[in-house]
Ligand binder design. Structure first.
Ligand SMILES: [Ca+2]
Ligand SMILES: [Ca+2]
Ligand SMILES: [Ca+2]
Length: 305
């Protein structure tokens, strides 16, 4: 849960007054020894010295539902896996164009799959803020959702406490849920709402100074639509989720972002993919840029944890 700036400032004063180090009490990555900058106990939270933001969990497959399946409960968790405060203002979320597998016979692979330098987003959203409005403390999680409401009993998930939701006002068919702030729409090519492919999205988080300056290229299937061309150098993290074990040819992310892929057992199973915890030698969460190694299947998603 991301906090408002003033609240965090107050908390930091309290932490400083108590002589806590920056990881205390928030389950943070701790340590800081990897850069040799340890020994700053008592100091307020400074810039991150170890680690970064990582995609912690993606729930895209949807849920069985009471009567019929549902997908309005999709979410993405991003964790501050560093040992310092990170402002998430302006953080870009997106899903990469391209099918997750041979969903229909003859389904083409992405024509952009061989581009090592750029990714091509079908949809992109951005955390609002002016630079320090949404600080995320070490170990804290930012939860971004499709619809910020309580989806029970149709789903096990109550997302009314999420940090941000996609709200597509222009569709006229999305709800602006009152307890969850809205992401800024940067680029949208979907229907009514930001629906990540339930067969498997390639999800990225990125930092882009001015998304309006990014190049738009024609959508291969719908000439009237466009895709957002984003430099791989601006990508902070990404995870490639595909339809099944035989779908490797449909990989959309370059190997530098994700060298492999992860799957769930089927659509509408209520399963998520979640990054594995590190070990004594690897603080925080695993991030070898290979999702087959770094992620695991979860039968019950855990947003905000
Ligand atoms: Ca929505
Ligand atoms: Ca809202
Ligand atoms: Ca990574």
């Amino acid at each position: 849960m991301v906090a408002e700036g003033r609240w965090v400032a107050g908390l930091l004063l309290v932490l400083a007054g108590l002589g806590c180090d920056e990881g205390a009490g928030v389950g943070g990555a701790g340590g800081g020894g990897a850069t040799g900058e340890g020994g700053n106990a008592g100091a307020p939270v400074g810039p991150p010295t170890v680690g970064k933001l990582v995609i912690e969990e993606v729930f895209y497959a949807g849920s069985p539902g009471l009567i019929e399946h549902t997908f309005n409960d999709q979410f993405i968790d991003v964790r501050n896996d560093s040992d310092g405060l990170i402002n998430v203002d302006g953080l870009l979320f997106g899903d990469v164009f391209g099918a997750a597998g041979e969903i229909n016979p003859g389904q083409p692979t992405s024509p952009f799959a061989d581009d090592e330098d750029f990714i091509y987003l079908a949809n992109a959203f951005r955390v609002p803020g002016l630079g320090s409005d949404y600080p995320l403390l070490p170990g804290e999680t930012l939860t971004v959702v499709h619809d910020g409401t309580n989806h029970q009993p149709d789903s096990v998930l109550d997302l009314s406490g999420a940090d941000f939701e996609a709200f597509i006002e222009s569709s006229g068919k999305d709800d602006d849920w009152p307890t969850v702030a809205n992401l800024e729409v940067v680029h949208f090519t979907g229907g009514f709402d930001w629906l990540m492919p339930v067969f498997g999205p390639a999800v990225v988080i990125a930092r882009v100074d001015d998304p309006a300056q990014l190049e738009r290229v024609p959508h291969p299937d719908f000439p009237e639509r466009e895709l957002l061309k984003v430099p791989v150098s601006s990508v902070i993290d990404g995870v490639e989720c595909l339809m099944d074990e035989g779908s490797e040819a449909y990989k959309r992310l370059p190997a530098s972002v994700d060298a492999s892929f992860i799957i769930v057992s089927d659509t509408y199973t209520g399963e998520s993919v979640r990054r594995k915890p590190g070990s004594a030698n690897v603080p925080g969460l695993l991030d070898s840029d290979s999702s087959a190694d770094d992620f695991e299947l979860r039968s019950t998603p855990t947003p905000g944890e």
